[in-house]
Design a protein around this ligand. Structure first.
Ligand code: PMM
Length: 271
């Protein structure tokens, strides 16, 4: 049985409108303070994003995105923190890498910007290819699958082939099934049930379920966003046993505790 512990990526959205924490960390100092908390609570990577991808969210210009994320990444780099840039724009990825980010997290898997694969290949950095079918304004209309886990696997496999062709090394690739992106709640659950399909592709797998709406459907109406951390952490622990490599989370502490429990059960004791 797999007992290696998934790494935690702490979400830092420097946006006015992200669905779970929008507006909270728009100021530079607040963003850095939140990064400090995420690291203290067990995150190994700070995933910095400047464009909300919640359903229906308007696009931001790459210039506005740069203004939001680059100063934060520069400051994190200065402190020696590991950061990832959550962007679909090659120019933002490039500027973030220049500012010291070491990972590109592209929720479009290279589909949104034709220049992204080149930037990543040239920089030779870790690259998250997430399953994606279209921008936030249209993605709900694209949520049609025969068997969601198999379809996502096949579409990710296609993206991987293109990435390899563009010169990205296989050991740099991290796959993400894209929970909530062009997927209904039912699709999200089916995708998690079928996560082995994605793990079987042989790459590191990162999963982001943290605070997503389908988890909120398990909770009473009117619940606080932070109440979604409990179901997020349970999903995280269950996925840990299925061989995933990382979890992208808003509250690392509760996920870390859940992973402690999972690991103690998996290993038959604490080590
Ligand atoms: N989800 C969101 C943003 N970026 N990146 C990856 N790799 N995987 C995800 O599931 C993902 C992501 C949207 O959630 P947020 O608004 O809480 O950041």
């Amino acid at each position: 049985m797999n007992t290696s512990r998934p790494v935690l990526w702490g979400v830092l959205n420097v946006t006015p409108d992200s669905f779970s924490d929008g507006g909270q960390f728009l100021s530079h100092d607040l963003a850095l303070a939140q990064a400090t908390t995420l690291l203290k609570n067990g995150a190994a990577v700070i995933d910095v994003g400047g464009e909300s991808t919640r359903p229906g969210a308007p696009r931001v210009t790459p210039e506005a995105e740069h203004e939001r994320v680059i100063p934060v990444i520069e400051a994190l780099t200065k402190r020696g923190d590991v950061s990832s840039i959550d962007t679909m724009n090659a120019s933002t990825a490039s500027a973030a890498l220049d500012a010291g980010a070491t990972i590109v997290n592209d929720v479009s898997g290279g589909l949104a910007d034709p220049d992204m694969f080149r930037v990543v290949a040239e920089a030779d950095v870790d690259y998250v290819i997430m399953h994606w079918r279209g921008h936030s304004d249209v993605m709900n209309d694209l949520a049609h699958y025969d068997t969601v886990a198999k379809d996502v696997r096949n579409e990710l496999h296609e993206r991987v082939s293109m990435a390899l062709e563009a010169g990205i090394r296989p050991e740099r690739i991290i796959l993400d099934p894209g929970v909530g992106f062009a997927k209904t709640s039912a699709h999200n659950w089916q995708l998690l049930a079928g996560i082995d399909e994605i793990v079987a592709l042989g790459f590191r797998v990162l999963v982001g379920v943290s605070r997503k709406r389908f988890l909120g459907e398990l909770l009473p109406e009117g619940h606080e966003m932070a109440q979604r951390d409990e179901p997020s952490a349970v999903v995280g622990a269950l996925l840990a046993g299925r061989g995933i490599w990382g979890l992208r989370v808003h509250e690392p502490l509760i996920h870390s505790r859940a992973l402690d429990v999972w690991q103690a059960v998996a290993q038959g004791g604490r080590q």
